[in-house]
Design a protein. Structure first.
Length: 250
């Protein structure tokens, strides 16, 4: 197994804390996808993947329609994807992805969170080199699916790692999903393969995978670092937070 598998296993794909935040995040991403590729899902693969994820998260239809409408109304402010970089205490690098319609507000908030926890907001490129931008898809595992055979097939489409993951829902029910990681530029090719071969797409998006050795920290240090993560993730403009901190042992 490769770095993406280990990253996902350790980080456990930390999900949004509650349903309202999940819908807010997806709504912004849908709005951005429509702005970039139009409202027709036939010609907008990113929007198709987000719609699949919205369905899997049981996002109400009216929320989806509202996000699409927001993208097509000129009077609405544009959401833009902005990445902030910085260092928390103890030399831990932070990469913060946001979707914002007010960059002045967002950067002020992000800077204040770093300052509160003894960190500092950096300049563009200060930590981004420590992460690789990858595309990631989740599909439902079908009966008789051979993971190794699927991986061999997908290599030709830009996939780098394919593995099985056990997912536990809110009712503690377990199910199996297949996770596919690939190069950022391979997003369209991998999604096309998934759709043309009849696999059920659960979600498709992007992640930042650390390409450096993750740093060990003490329990006391972890408490401060996780406080910063919590402040960032609680901000409605923040969509994802990545760090170079080694996760605690299970």
């Amino acid at each position: 197994m490769g770095r993406a598998f280990e990253f996902r296993k350790e980080r456990k794909m930390k999900r949004w804390g509650h349903m309202a935040r999940t819908f807010t995040k997806l709504g912004k991403e849908i709005t951005i996808a429509v702005k970039q590729g139009g409202p027709d899902v036939t010609g907008n693969p990113r929007l198709r993947a987000l719609m699949a994820e919205a369905r899997s998260e049981q996002m109400p239809k009216e929320n989806i329609e509202r996000a699409i409408k927001k993208a097509t109304e000129s009077k609405q402010g544009d959401f833009k994807e902005v990445i902030y970089e910085g260092y928390g205490p103890y030399g831990i690098a932070y990469l913060v992805e946001t979707a914002t319609d007010n960059n002045t507000r967002t950067v002020a908030n992000v800077r204040s969170y770093f300052n509160k926890c003894g960190g500092s907001l950096g300049t563009s490129g200060s930590v981004a080199f420590m992460f690789d931008h990858k595309c990631v898809f989740r599909i439902k595992e079908s009966e008789g699916l051979d993971i190794e055979e699927l991986e061999l097939e997908l290599i030709d489409y830009g996939a780098e790692e394919v593995f099985e993951e056990t997912v536990v829902d809110k009712d503690d029910n377990e199910s199996k999903e297949v996770v596919i990681y690939g190069d950022y530029a391979s997003y369209g090719a991998i999604q096309k393969y998934i759709e043309e071969n009849g696999y059920e797409l659960i979600s498709g998006g992007f992640e930042q995978i650390p390409n450096v050795d993750l740093k060990e920290v003490t329990a006391e240090q972890r408490s401060t670092l996780e406080k910063l993560i919590g402040l960032l993730e609680d901000d409605e403009d923040v969509t994802n937070v990545y760090t170079t901190m080694k996760p605690a042992d299970e």
